[in-house]
Design a protein around this ligand. Sequence first.
Ligand SMILES: Nc1ncnc2c1ncn2[C@@H]1O[C@H](COP(=O)(O)OP(=O)(O)OP(=O)(O)O)[C@@H](O)[C@H]1O
Length: 207
Amino acid sequence: MELIVSDVAVARGGIPVLEGVNLSVSSGTALVLRGPNGIGKTTLLRTLAGLQPPLQGTVTLPPEGIAYAAHADGLKATLTVTENLHFWASVNGQGGVEEAITRMNLADLRDRRAANLSAGQKRRLGLARLLVSGRAIWLLDEPTVSLDAASVALFAGVVREHLVRGGAAVMATHIDLGIPEAEVLDLSAFRANRHIPAGHGFDEAFA
Ligand SMILES: Nc1ncnc2c1ncn2[C@@H]1O[C@H](COP(=O)(O)OP(=O)(O)OP(=O)(O)O)[C@@H](O)[C@H]1O
């Protein structure tokens, strides 16, 4: 089980952001993507998730599939916590809803509609969704935003268990997640030459 990225370049809004990215993630390993705001962490994760094609290079996904969790958690606002998880479990042909509720500390909130959860509670539900996805590789974009310290620790524990079970994770984050076995890749090394074609904005008077 392996995700392989070979000589990948990515663009956002038609402008190259990163180039020459090589990485691989295999069973039991985690990779943390770092770099300053705007370097292209989200753009790379979207490319790995198949939401946008690479400008160049290849992304090889494992047959076991990927689960992508972005800033918008993909929750159904009018469904309860339990209903959301049953929905996602059935989409993926999985069970494990009760375990996910317990693991992400959502038992007291199980009958509350997603719309009425706090930001951090929504995040916990979004992460519980990963547990019922049955996917081997988790692609996580700033997974701990809005989480308090206890929930960050809960999250780190869930990721580490996923690794022990043979899963893998690629995570963009600015904070220390408390997953010491994770490798760190700073994307600054892959910053593309952001050539902007003449006549496409960026007036030199404002440079
Ligand atoms: N919809 C868009 N259209 C055009 N450009 C965009 C769009 N979204 C992002 N960008 C630009 O693409 C570049 C890469 O953005 P991206 O969101 O991938 O960075 P990031 O490393 O995830 O940043 P952050 O740490 O702030 O989340 C940035 O320069 C950003 O301004």
